[in-house]
Write a protein that binds this ligand. Structure first.
Ligand SMILES: *Cc1c(COP(=O)(O)O)cnc(C)c1O
Length: 405
């Protein structure tokens, strides 16, 4: 580890993760000497082709599926779009989609686009802890439903949906089921062959692989029509010359993830739990979003009374702490988190929340620093906002008094 990473406390691992150095090492030869197009027929190309085969096998091991069920894509967003589009173009009865109100924008936006093009979309809501009601979900499925798409783990709160059960409900109803598992892969065990999931999306940069490469699992008995057509790459399921180095990186990251699943469940979880406990003890008016729900081992979404998340992010940044308000995709815009609004429609929790997400590259010393800094930052923000409130009150009173004066 370099000194700069020692100084920086990166607690935003649901936004993206650090590349594992062994992943970089595995990728490098494919950015230098092994540059052949894998589709070429000479032996020089066989190295690239074999490397892609190995990456596919490694990912299949992590997912508990067959290598032939994996299609490499350019990102998690592409995987989601490809699945949703495929389901609607194939299903002649496909006039309706079921998803949830707390999906990542990479599912919500394609669904909203469908709605604009005349397809009906049901956005199932969640309770205060971020859970879906399975009876409500089942009731939302109609004869015209083409696909149900629900995330495995929520990127903002870490709340887990019972996707195996949901997939079973969908199978009984004869409806396709897709899960955006971008946040689940590498953090919790997944065995696709023990499930009735038809499609699953993932992205390498969320589990210490490179950005700009993802995959979609397509169950071998499920029909799939590609989103991107061109050359016959990926067994006619995704056109475009393979991003060999990145696919190699994804494969290596998948192998590392399989090896470190127990560390995620123990060391990373212990780190997160310790952070949560200490923050709740040391900061009054703090609570955890999704507290009673089953959650990922690495995510903490906090609500702090009397603060504005954007101001908190700026102060934490000065202490070299990276975290986020809601999801990273929204940072910089004033819009609050749709996930936290769905969980708490009446309150203003969405404006007062901060997400911390940990990884196996975080050290206990970094967590100690964050535990030390957080109460000071929250205290400072509350002090700053008090005079503002008082002066607003004074102004209001003055305005009320003015006519009499
Ligand atoms: C990050 C993320 C995505 C998008 O993946 P990209 O590879 O960045 O396109 C989709 N869904 C969830 C839940 C995510 O966290």
């Amino acid at each position: 580890m370099t000194t700069t990473t020692d100084e920086l406390i990166y607690l935003d691992n649901n936004a993206t993760t650090q590349l594992d150095p062994v992943v970089i090492e595995e990728m490098l030869p494919f950015l230098t000497e092994h540059y052949a197009n894998p589709s070429a027929s000479y032996r020089f190309a066989a190295k690239a082709r074999k490397a892609i085969d190995l990456a596919r096998a490694r990912l299949a091991t992590l997912l508990g599926c067959e290598a032939s069920e994996i299609v490499f894509t350019s990102c998690g967003t592409e995987s989601n779009n490809a699945v949703i589009n495929s389901a609607l173009r194939f299903e002649p009865r496909g006039k309706h989609v079921v998803t949830s109100a707390v999906e990542h924008s990479a599912v919500l936006r394609p669904c909203q686009d469908l709605a604009n093009r005349g397809c009906e979309v049901t956005f199932v809501g969640v309770d205060r802890d971020g859970n879906v009601d399975l009876a409500e979900l089942e009731a939302a499925i109609r004869p015209a439903t083409a696909i149900v798409s629900l995330m495995w783990a929520n990127n903002e709160t870490g709340v887990l949906f019972p996707v195996e059960k949901i997939a079973e409900i969908c199978r009984k109803k004869g409806v396709l089921f897709h899960t955006d598992a971008v946040q689940a892969i590498g953090k919790i065990p997944v065995r696709l062959h023990d499930t009735t999931i038809n499609f699953l999306s993932l992205s390498a940069h969320k589990f210490h692989g490179p950005k700009g490469v993802g995959a979609v699992y397509v169950n071998r008995r499920t029909r799939f029509r590609p989103l991107i057509v061109g050359g016959g790459q990926e067994n006619e399921r995704r056109g475009g010359t393979e991003n060999v180095a990145s696919i190699v990186g994804l494969g290596k990251a998948a192998e590392c993830a399989a090896e470190s699943l127990s560390e995620e469940a123990t060391r990373v979880r212990a780190m997160r739990d310790r952070f949560e406990k200490r923050i709740l003890e040391s900061i009054p008016g703090a609570s955890v979003n999704g507290w009673s729900a089953a959650r990922l081992p690495n995510t903490s979404s906090f609500l702090f009374d009397g603060i504005e998340s954007q101001a908190a992010l700026m102060l934490l940044d000065r202490h070299h702490i990276c975290c986020s308000a809601g999801s990273a995709c929204r940072t910089g815009s004033q819009e609050t988190s749709h996930v936290l609004r769905a969980m708490n429609s009446s309150g203003d929790g969405a404006r007062r929340s901060l997400r911390f997400s940990f990884s196996r590259f975080n050290s206990d010393a970094q967590i100690d620093r964050a535990i030390e800094i957080m109460p000071k930052v929250i205290d400072k923000l509350r002090q700053l906002s008090t005079p503002a409130r008082e002066s607003a009150q004074i102004l209001q009173e003055a305005a009320g008094i003015a006519p009499e004066a």
